[in-house]
Design a protein around this ligand. Structure first.
Ligand code: PLP
Length: 405
């Protein structure tokens, strides 16, 4: 490529594997467990057709006009009532509509981070969050997860170390519900303790929450934002996984003073979000179609989760380890000793199966080569069985070759 005189931070924008992987998702002959995307076959197409034509009649041309930076009040009012039903209370001033949660991550990073600032992330972590935070040249400190999320003793040790150095973490990033990629859930006691730590060490928590409504066995845990007495939690929500991702409508809930600053960053970047998408979701929500869609998604994805659970049990070598998630989209599998996920990926693609190698979910640590992320959301049950059987054989063969060395 030609040498351009770009800004220094461009070096942080690595063209990671996600773009290559997303290309695979589109190839019909590959069984892909790679993209953590929803199943388009269950999008509410009939409902959308009716809603769109009603909206066009009722609202007309202003559907296509610029909107306010903060976002549509109709949409905010729906989000407020949606969360009221779920015992999280907020008002319009505490909400900013964003273009996907990915924009929320970018805005928060832009507002909080100077080059070299420290950010603590659960590890492994969502690769889009790692990328957004890295692009502002932050120093990412990865704190290992247990079967129930970020390890709080390690986290507190790190916070103490920072304090001794006269430093601090700008924020702590977690996905408390069915994390991407690990599938873990943070129990209530850990949520409370994490908020206490944020208050004690003067930092903030990003509660990134695309998956809490995809809870297949309905044991609910309060949102961190709903038990946050100190205004330390910045909540990110999105319609991508519970309605449709293509409209790119999501939101941030935070204290009104933070929302004002976030809104300025959004204004400079995109002026306003997509008016049509906001009004469409607001209208769908008001008429009960969002809750209806969530009810439809739960059994749909639960079956896929259980298909993958059973196929893993049946076809994967016993030397692989994984936890069974109770929501979200992902299984996070530890490979047998010596099996490298990146090498396995190349072998798997040749055999028409894809997944995400673990490396993508770490920013510094070399742990990722031991893991793979398998998404069950966008594969039909028969493909899940077939793909996991192929992958199981490939792992066993790889392991045998290692044993013969
Ligand atoms: C944990 C997490 N955060 C954020 C996002 C981005 O969501 P959106 O489509 O709202 O940008 C995703 C998407 O996969 C995700 O898994």
């Amino acid at each position: 490529m030609k040498e351009y005189n770009f800004a220094k931070r461009v070096k942080q924008l690595d063209d990671n594997e996600i773009s290559e992987l997303l290309k695979l998702v589109g190839k019909a002959d590959i069984i892909s467990f790679a993209g953590g995307i929803p199943d388009a076959d269950i999008f509410p197409m009939k409902d959308l057709e009716i809603l769109i034509s009603e909206l066009m009649k009722n609202i007309g041309s202003s559907l296509f006009q610029y909107g306010s930076t903060e976002g549509s009040n109709n949409l905010k009012d729906f989000i407020i009532s949606f969360f009221k039903e779920r015992k999280l209370y907020c008002n319009r001033d505490e909400l900013l509509i964003t273009t996907g949660s990915q924009q929320g991550l970018d805005i928060i990073s832009k507002i909080f981070l100077n080059p070299g600032d420290r950010v603590i992330m659960e590890s492994p972590a969502y690769l889009g969050a790692i990328a957004a935070i890295k692009s502002y040249e932050a120093d990412i400190i990865e704190i290992e997860q247990d079967y129930d999320g970020i390890k709080l003793d390690l986290l507190e040790n790190q916070l103490i170390r920072f304090k001794k150095e006269g430093n601090q973490a700008k924020f702590i990033y977690v996905v408390p519900e069915f994390s991407n990629p690990s599938g873990t859930r943070l129990p209530l006691e850990k949520r409370k303790k994490l908020i206490e730590l944020a208050e004690k060490y003067d930092t903030y928590i990003i509660e990134d929450d695309p998956y809490s409504q995809l809870n297949y066995y309905s044991s609910s845990i309060p949102f961190m934002k709903s038990i946050d007495e100190y205004n330390r939690v910045i909540y990110l929500g999105t319609f991508s996984k519970i309605f449709v991702p293509g409209l790119r409508i999501a939101w941030i809930i935070a204290s009104s003073d933070l929302i004002k600053v976030f809104s300025m960053a959004k204004q400079n970047a995109i002026l306003a979000s997509n008016t049509f998408g906001q009004e469409l979701i607001a209208y769908a929500g008001k008429k009960g179609f969002v809750n209806k869609q969530i009810k439809k998604l739960i059994p749909h994805y639960q079956i896929r989760l259980e298909n993958m659970r059973d196929a893993l049990e049946k076809y994967f070598p016993k030397t692989c380890k994984w936890n069974i998630p109770t929501g979200g989209f992902f299984f996070w599998v530890k490979l047998p000793y010596g099996v490298n996920s990146r090498i396995l990926f190349d072998i798997a693609v040749k055999n028409k199966v894809a997944f995400v190698p673990g490396n993508s979910f770490y920013s510094n640590l070399d742990e990722g080569k031991k893991y793979i992320r398998l998404s069950f959301s966008d594969s039909k049950p028969e493909d899940i069985k077939k793909g996991i059987e192929i992958l199981g054989k490939l792992i066993s063969n790889y392991q045998k070759e290692l044993n013969n060395l």
